[in-house]
Design a protein around this ligand. Sequence first.
Ligand code: TXA
Ligand code: MG
Length: 332
Amino acid sequence: MARLTDSKIEAASPSSVAKAADLLRAGKLVAFPTETVYGLGADATDDGAVAKIFAAKGRPRFNPLIVHVASADEAASLVTFDGRAEALAERFWPGPLTLVLPRLTQCPVSLLCSAGLASLALRVPAHPVARELLAAVRRPIAAPSANRSGEISPTRAQHVARALRDGVSLIVDGGPCPIGLESTVLDLCGADARLLRPGGLAQEQIEAVIGAVRPLDQGRFGSGRALRSPGLLERHYAPSRPLRLNATGLRSGEALLAFGPAPPQGACECLNLSESADLTEAAANLFAFLHRLDQSEASAIAVMPIPEHGLGIAINDRLRRAAAPEPPTRAC
Ligand code: TXA
Ligand code: MG
């Protein structure tokens, strides 16, 4: 990793947070920790700053951004905040839940964040550093995950430094992200609540508050879903080595991403997401372990089966998309 890039990492402290806030207010990009993954932040009300996010990530312009706010009241000043949103915010904010809601006409957030849609995705993060930053900036912060588009999401400051190099002015290091998977994205624009992305908050917990949620269309990443939430592209979160899912044995030259107490032996490198088969622990380790195995000598990464319930649904969603074939080259 280049020294120049490392020098952009500063440990979270009152002075690094104040510096980050000044940079954001000056239209620069700053990476910061949230409880889910590191975000690549910009002042959401500044078109020029938001445009820099798309450039730094190599992100297609049709893929909208999540905007982080300090409170549900602030969210309600930007979008139509209905009873379902109020109930969910009351129960789960701050936390790993993103709500997609209709923009108010006077909403000052850059239209680039909505990528041409009439809606805006909002969340109140729980990480203390993210909250201090929002309090210091006193503006909404647009922040996608701080990785290059399509690649593995960052759960450590070093992951951000490796991926984004010159694209970012400062990386505030708050240590490993405790949840390790992105927020759950829920679309509340229509009469039916729709799950757009499984994530750090399980669907059952949402349903306990607002009743049935239309589930994610499992197994197929069809164009319909991709249009409703353009970030749900088939291939995403991808390491540079091939991923082989639901592996119960090993092939020659493979590294192993294991789960549970009895992994197959003989991998050239093995990292166990959770020896005790705990899905919360597995979620927190997932992206960091993919980053590490992607830097090994292995020809491919074999991944053991992960149960399809609770956080396992979001883990399997990420793994399936990480394993999806490369799309044909397309202009973006
Ligand atoms: O945990 C997280 O959500 C992290 C942290 C940094 O907060 N952020 C994150 O952002 O994962 P990003 O940009 O990597 O993913 C945002 C997802 C994408 O799938 C995007 O398409 C979807 O949210 N999204 C954003 N705005 C939307 C909108 N208006 N309608 C539908 N989907 C939207
Ligand atoms: Mg992302």
